[in-house]
Design a protein around this ligand. Structure first.
Ligand SMILES: Cc1cc2nc3c(=O)[nH]c(=O)nc-3n(C[C@H](O)[C@H](O)[C@H](O)COP(=O)(O)OP(=O)(O)OC[C@H]3O[C@@H](n4cnc5c(N)ncnc54)[C@H](O)[C@@H]3O)c2cc1C
Length: 395
């Protein structure tokens, strides 16, 4: 790493989440001397503690930047392990380990951390910035890194404040909406299906066309669908979309027909309900049979070919109407944010406001589940921190 001679000009990072902590550490490692982090929560990285169900899926080895992230975490003392689908977790299985190690690094690098301080607005004075903080004196900074997140998970501190500041500074914000979130349906049968989990394929359908599809565990809740594959579909959801579920993705229509016909022959005295039990979840059996208006208790042997086709159709292409997504409190990330074309992605500096850098979820970037969103926070934070330090350096 080339170290420049660094002036006493200062860098202020607003937001002490993953992207903000990474930005401050990178700026300090690059040699910047006066760095502050301002965080409104009483402690840094509150959302980080909740990630990956408390285990923090910090990156994915399938990301192009994953090796740099892993090298960084290794250098600050974190041991990691790779799990299914390339998901990387701290070896200890604790998100707290990631948060602590970042906080310790900030301390070692003498970054000044101010928690419990809520930024209200930002003014431009000449080439620098004046930061107005609730119940505190304003502070001035030469270089500003905004890492205040989006609107997802407001209970962890990210309430979309940054959108107001960047708009006032001249940026465009792509309308934010909740992503990686449950899909809601008003179909009455969901009450009966609460808690059911089925391995299958879910397709997001718009005007009979597949928008996106995901295979994995589909979870049924009292008011809709959940599970990682549904979260990934929610990223693409638009009003009017439906979800089509294939409950038997390992069987083609033809093989399923053969299977059902042979079961009808072998189990002709059983009820239709009993015929399907043992193939799919019992609670799903009664719901799907009601959906295609077949009497559950009728004798399987009485099933005609047309009725078997109806069973195949619902097992393979069950259409579920969706009325929307759950809200910000349940969402894991924000879709939308600061327009990417207004930011130089090689430095993360604003193309509109010199000396302003942006990182993390505040920007219009949202990825699927699996460690990809934190990876964006680390990568963008690292670039913003390094570039901000370089900007105040005297070569
Ligand atoms: C429950 C949950 C689980 C998740 N699990 C994963 C996972 O396992 N893997 C993954 O890759 N991603 C996961 N994510 C997404 C991931 O947490 C985010 O992508 C990431 O935290 C974004 O980092 P950030 O630093 O940009 O923003 P944030 O983490 O939102 O941090 C922004 C910080 O800015 C502070 N702030 C905001 N406004 C102000 C203000 N006015 N003044 C001062 N400070 C302010 C906030 O308090 C906050 O600390 C999960 C998200 C949630 C909600």
């Amino acid at each position: 790493m080339t170290r420049h001679q660094i002036s006493e000009k200062n860098i202020t990072v607003i937001g002490g989440g993953p992207s903000g902590m990474m930005a401050a550490i990178s700026a300090a490692k690059q040699g910047a001397k006066v760095i502050r982090v301002i965080e409104k929560n009483p402690a840094l990285g509150r959302k980080l503690l909740a990630t990956g169900n408390g285990r923090c899926n910090l990156t994915n080895i399938n990301c192009s930047d994953a090796s740099e992230t892993l090298q960084f975490f290794n250098s600050i003392g974190l041991l990691t392990r790779v799990e299914d689908e390339g998901r990387v977790y701290p070896y200890s299985g604790q998100a707290a380990a990631v948060q602590e190690i970042l906080v310790n690094s900030l301390r070692d690098l003498q970054v000044k951390v101010y928690c419990g301080m809520e930024v209200e607005y930002i003014d431009r004075i000449g080439a620098s910035f004046l930061i107005k903080i609730k119940d505190h004196k304003p502070i001035e900074t030469d270089v500003l890194i905004l890492a205040s997140g989006g609107k997802a998970g407001p209970q962890y501190g990210s309430t979309g404040d940054g959108y107001r500041w960047v708009k006032a500074l001249g940026h465009t914000v792509v309308s934010p909406r909740p992503s990686l979130v449950r899909l809601v349906s008003n179909l009455a049968f969901f009450k009966e299906l609460k808690g059911v989990r089925a391995k299958g394929c879910a397709k997001l359908m718009r005007m009979n066309q597949v928008v996106e599809q995901e295979t994995g565990e589909i979870q049924f809740t009292e008011d809709g669908l959940s599970g990682i594959c549904i979260f990934n579909l929610s990223k693409h959801y638009a009003k009017g979309d439906m979800v089509q579920i294939d409950l038997m993705p390992d069987f083609s229509d033809e093989i399923l027909e053969e299977l059902l016909l042979s079961r009808v022959q072998d189990l002709e005295n059983r009820s239709i309900k009993e015929l399907l039990s043992g193939m799919i979840n019992k609670k799903l059996v009664s719901v799907v049979l009601k959906e295609i208006a077949l009497e559950q208790e009728s004798r399987a042997g009485k099933l005609r070919r047309k009725e078997i086709q109806r069973i195949i159709s619902i097992l393979k292409r069950w259409q579920i109407s969706i009325i929307g997504t759950k809200g910000w409190k349940e969402a894991q990330v924000t879709s939308g944010g600061v327009k990417l074309s207004e930011v130089d992605l090689l430095t993360m500096e604003s193309k509109i406001v010199p000396n302003l850098y942006l990182a993390g979820e505040l920007l219009d970037v949202d990825e699927k589940c699996g460690g990809y969103n934190l990876q964006w926070a680390w990568s963008s934070g690292m670039i913003a921190g390094k570039s901000a330090a370089a900007a105040i350096s005297e070569k």
